[in-house]
Design a protein around this ligand. Structure first.
Ligand SMILES: *[C@@H]1O[C@H](CO)[C@@H](O)[C@H](O)[C@H]1NC(C)=O
Ligand SMILES: *[C@@H]1O[C@H](CO)[C@@H](O)[C@H](O)[C@H]1NC(C)=O
Ligand SMILES: *[C@@H]1O[C@H](CO)[C@@H](O)[C@H](O)[C@H]1NC(C)=O
Ligand SMILES: *[C@@H]1O[C@H](CO)[C@@H](O)[C@H](O)[C@H]1NC(C)=O
Length: 324
């Protein structure tokens, strides 16, 4: 009889199952898309944005890069040979978002002409980003470079352009954050603390995600063993603990191939699979960030590490639900 099955033991099992199903903090893989690095034999090129999302491997895609902005310049994107007129990407961005994948515009990169001269400059760049990539509409007569799709937020991959005013940019962007136009903020600092450009910005506590680059940084990257890496990871947790934002997620930023990081930091998939169970025990663990889709498409790195490094539920869906 059915009623006989509701013993305390069965109730306990039910509670256990419910607690396992309860959305905990999900984790996911974050990918940079937009640069064809042209290292592998032709005709291999980076897959399109839509193909990238269709792999279902990623929770967040950073479109890289908006690499001309600030200092009175007309902003410009460089998506290598993907496009010059990139407005057609709006349909692909919306298709990615419909799959539960967040799409951010990534500022900066290793080369380009960008920088901030003053706090006023930072505020005007924030306004530009709101009007051209997020929920606003241009008031400056310039086109929306990715068309009318409303992106989910902005990533700071700042590796030049002066050390000041990035905190003001983060705060100003955060001011545009509201329910109908949530603005997610990501940062990609180098692993040595303090980061030369983003330290003050990260300390504002305005970032949802910090995907630290644990590569091309010998003092704090993996190098045949994980001692330095683990120490640096803990240092980053400590730093984020001090920003006053309990929700900022920390991601392990890695190259998706040895060739993706000339100064090292690549972790063989078998080794990363050993590390991930430990990373997952940190409440702040957000997942793995990879540079880049170009390399990942060739090596299949994320497919190999996904099961070990990603918990059920993606970061984007979990946080979307919790942000309502
Ligand atoms: C875009 O950036 C790449 C390097 O990432 C560079 O080789 C290329 O010249 C840039 N294109 C333009 C139009 O600036
Ligand atoms: C970019 O492409 C769109 C769609 O094809 C077109 O409407 C627009 O005029 C183009 N923009 C430029 C600057 O060529
Ligand atoms: C969101 O914030 C921006 C900037 O403050 C504002 O222009 C916009 O109207 C706000 N949207 C809503 C729906 O409140
Ligand atoms: C960070 O904060 C969490 C939550 O308060 C705490 O459990 C953890 O020990 C802290 N970690 C470090 C390395 O400070």
């Amino acid at each position: 009889m059915a009623s006989q099955s509701h013993t305390p033991f069965h109730l306990l099992c039910l509670l256990l199952v419910l607690s396992l199903c309860k959305p905990s903090f999900g984790s996911g893989i974050v990918i940079y898309w937009g640069q064809n690095n042209a290292i592998y034999p032709q005709p291999y090129v980076e897959s399109s944005l839509l193909e990238t999302c269709n792999t279902k491997l990623y929770s967040i895609v950073n479109i890289a890069f908006l690499n001309t902005f600030g200092r009175g310049q007309t902003p410009g994107i460089n998506l290598s040979n993907h496009c010059d007129n990139c407005t057609f990407l709006s349909d692909e961005i919306r298709a990615c978002q419909a799959m539960g994948i967040k799409v951010l515009i990534s500022l900066g990169g290793a080369s380009g002409s960008y920088g901030l001269d003053s706090d006023e400059d930072a505020k005007s760049v924030a306004k530009y980003l709101w009007e051209h990539f997020l929920g606003g509409q241009p008031t400056d007569g310039l086109p929306r470079l990715l068309g009318d799709a409303i992106l989910d937020g902005v990533d700071f991959d700042i590796e030049g352009g002066g050390v000041e005013h990035w905190d003001v940019l983060a705060e100003s962007l955060h001011d545009y954050d509201n329910i109908s136009g949530r603005v997610y903020l990501g940062a990609a600092p180098q692993c040595p603390i303090p980061d030369a450009y983003l330290d003050k910005a990260i300390k504002t506590g305005k970032f949802d995600y910090v995907w630290t680059q644990f590569y091309n940084n010998p003092p704090c990257q993996y190098a045949s063993d994980a001692t330095q890496l683990k120490q640096s990871w803990t240092d980053w947790i400590t730093l984020l603990n001090q920003t006053g934002n309990a929700n900022t997620k920390l991601f392990l930023g890695l190259p998706a191939a040895t060739q993706a990081a000339p100064s090292g930091g690549y972790i063989p998939p078998e080794k990363l699979k050993e590390l991930c169970p430990n990373l997952k025990t940190f409440q702040r663990y957000g997942g793995i960030m990879l540079w880049s889709r170009y390399f990942d498409g060739y090596t299949g790195y994320s497919k190999l590490i996904k099961d070990a490094c990603v918990s059920a539920g993606s970061v984007s869906r979990q946080e979307f639900v919790s942000s309502i």
